[in-house]
Structure formats: C-alpha cells, structure tokens
Ligand binder design. Structure first.
Ligand code: SIN
Length: 302
C-alpha cells in the first residue's frame, strides 16, 4: 500500500524534534515515504507521530523498514514479538527504579550500537514521564575549537557495567516489568571515538553519555573523570534539547548516533509502559576535520 506523501513536519523545539503527519505507520511504506522519513530524521533527529497505536508486529514491521533489528542484550523481548522490549515501571514500584531515567544513547556499549530507536507509549502516567533528547551535533558545535581539538583523538570506553552487572539481578527480579537477565558480559568494554561523524549527514557530533561511558581510553581515571563530568553536563544543556509529553499511541523515532535521551523520572506513583524496537547500526567512526571542512563545523544541523 502506498502511504501519503509528502510528510508534514512541525518542529517542537529549536534544537531537534518534529511532529510528523501524512504517514500511516501501520501500512507498508513506499520507498519515497521511507526516503522522506530518513531525510526528515537527518534534519530533525526525532520524529513524533501522535496517536498512531501499533500492535507489536506492526511496530516491528515499521522498524524493520528502517533497517534490520539491533541485537538487544540483557532485556528480554515481550511475549508479543521478539524484536520488541518493554521499558516499563508499575505504579507501586519504587521511584528509585527509573527505567531509562539517566542520559544515554541506546546500547552505546555495543560494537555497533543501534542507529534508530522506535518507541511507542502504551501506558502513560497522568503527569510526567516525558522523554527528553539532546542534540549532540549542537553539543559538539558549541565546544571551543581548542576543546574540539583536545577531544578529537580521544576514545571513550563504553560498558554496560553500571546498568546490567550481575550484582543487580536481584533488584531487577523484584520488578514486575524489568525482564532483565544480567550477565558478566556487562563488563565488556568498547572504545568509540568521543567525536564521531554521522554516516548519513557527514556532520560531527559528540558520542559520550553518563550511563554507559566509564572512562577515556589511555587516560587515568583522575584525568578522564573531570572531562567526562564536563561533557555530561555540557552535552545535555537545556538549549540542545526537545521533550515530548506522551499520550497513549504516540510513536517516536530517533537517531541515537547524534542524540542522547532520558525518560524524565517524575511520575512517582504511576505506571509508565513503552514498547521499544531498535535498528542495527554500524561502528561509530571518528570525526576527522579536513582542511575543507574547517569553518563549516559550526553550521547548524537544520
Ligand atoms: C529508552 O531509553 O530507549 C526509552 C526512553 C523512554 O522510555 O522514554
């Protein structure tokens, strides 16, 4: 079935994010519609389709149109579809357990982290629980040239140890919705460049996050930690962000390669349940500033 093109886009902030309309996500997408979605993602980084509830197979099928599914370590799939995981907390569960409640880029500890994430709201709290995204092109561009030069050769060490170490299994088991199987592979480490180039847009962005980045390759922790603390704070500055107040059936797609995100943990006493699918990505590539590109790095992405 053909979908309606063109897609209408309404930005939700000056940094990133746009509400999209003109596509019925339940239907097979034409190549033209798919290309439009990918181009819109390159421009806006986060695309939001309000009120388009999908079954788990429909969400998986839509996601697979964007690319093959990413491996999903630690989190078990839902009973409805092997590509789909639930990111959820029940109303009575302790507010100190906040699924996706810290800034991160999905599974950045993988050798090939997911390119896109698709998230659908199936149960939303009456208040709170927004998702916030931070544009990492803007974060890179806002650094001074000496700081960009300092970071350019550095590799960041990513690991799932803080999130999925075996010592956390009992805590996950106490939660009805977590569906997490921890393992020693949480201690595996991957080094990715601190400054990466997006494979689609060719633009530089930062690629570090507080949840999964545990060090800087070759630096002592006393050297690395102040830099990582600065980057964590800088990369999530309010002016780089957009946020979405979810309603049931909203579907959002975002590009992990140039964003961080978090689920705002402010819905104490209420349930929140999201269904997530992810698209396989490629190994992040270091940004190397060519002579021709000097001066262009400050351009805004949209
Ligand atoms: C995620 O981190 O992928 C989920 C974000 C959310 O639940 O808002």
């Amino acid at each position: 079935l053909e979908t309606t093109v063109p897609i209408a886009l309404e930005p939700i902030s000056g940094a990133c994010g746009a509400v999209a309309s003109g596509v019925d996500l339940r239907h097979e997408l034409s190549s033209a519609a798919l290309e439009e979605i990918e181009n819109a993602l390159d421009r806006h980084l986060v695309l939001i389709w309000p009120g388009q509830p999908l079954t788990a197979p429909e969400q998986a099928a839509f996601t697979r149109r964007l690319g093959p599914p990413s491996p999903v370590p630690f989190i078990q799939p839902t009973a409805d579809h092997r590509d789909v995981v639930a990111i959820a907390r029940r109303a009575e569960e302790p507010p100190r357990f906040n699924p996706a409640g810290g800034w991160h880029s999905d599974f950045s500890f993988l050798p090939e982290p997911p390119s896109y994430t698709v998230l659908q709201a199936v149960d939303v709290p009456p208040f709170g629980g927004d998702t916030i995204w931070a544009n990492q092109y803007l974060a890179y561009n806002a650094l001074s040239p000496p700081m960009q030069a300092l970071l350019a050769p550095l590799g960041a060490v990513h690991s799932a140890a803080r999130a999925f170490a075996p010592s956390m299994q009992a805590a996950f088991d106490a939660l009805a919705e977590a569906n997490v199987v921890t393992g020693p592979e949480a201690f595996d480490q991957e080094v990715h460049p601190v400054c990466v180039v997006h494979p689609g847009t060719g633009r530089p962005s930062l690629y570090v996050n507080r949840e999964y980045t545990i060090g800087l390759d070759g630096l002592a922790s006393q050297e690395a930690q102040p830099l990582l603390d600065f980057l964590a704070q800088h990369s999530t500055r309010a002016e780089f962000t957009c946020r979405w107040r979810w309603s049931r059936g909203d579907v959002v797609v975002w590009d992990n390669r140039c964003l961080q995100h978090m689920a705002m943990p402010d819905y104490r006493g209420h349930a929140r349940r999201m269904l997530r699918t992810t698209v396989n990505g490629s190994r992040p590539v270091r940004f190397v500033e060519s002579a021709a590109a000097v001066g262009a790095a400050g351009e805004q992405p949209r």
